[in-house]
Design a protein around this ligand. Structure first.
Ligand SMILES: [Zn+2]
Length: 105
């Protein structure tokens, strides 16, 4: 899967942990692909800070058939919003060097 395209698509929904502005248009580099874990370096387009996030892709199993008939919905994006938010909150509340976060785990 093209994880970078997925992140880029949703980057505008999140703020840079440093300058608090939107991450829309950020630079993305895939550092490690260990499906379902992806380590991605994110570079803020506004202030230029770079940080690393580890995303776990959640795959939904087959869904039960819906009772109501209607147009098919677009498939849900593979990244759980909660997971992205967890990373975001972690970064937001962290004041030390970002590398510290990585070493702690
Ligand atoms: Zn920034």
């Amino acid at each position: 899967m093209d994880i970078l395209a997925v992140i880029r698509d949703r980057a505008g929904e999140y703020d840079c942990p440093v300058c608090q502005r939107t991450l829309d248009g950020c630079r993305l580099t895939l550092l490690k692909d260990e499906d379902p874990l992806y380590t991605v370096q994110v570079g803020c387009a506004r202030c230029g800070v770079t940080f690393v996030v580890v995303l776990k892709v959640r795959r939904d199993g087959p869904r039960p058939a819906r009772q109501r008939r209607g147009p098919l919905r677009a498939p849900r994006p593979p990244i759980g919003v909660d997971e992205v938010l967890d990373v975001h909150e972690l970064l937001r509340s962290h004041t030390g060097p970002l590398t510290e976060l990585l070493l702690r785990r």
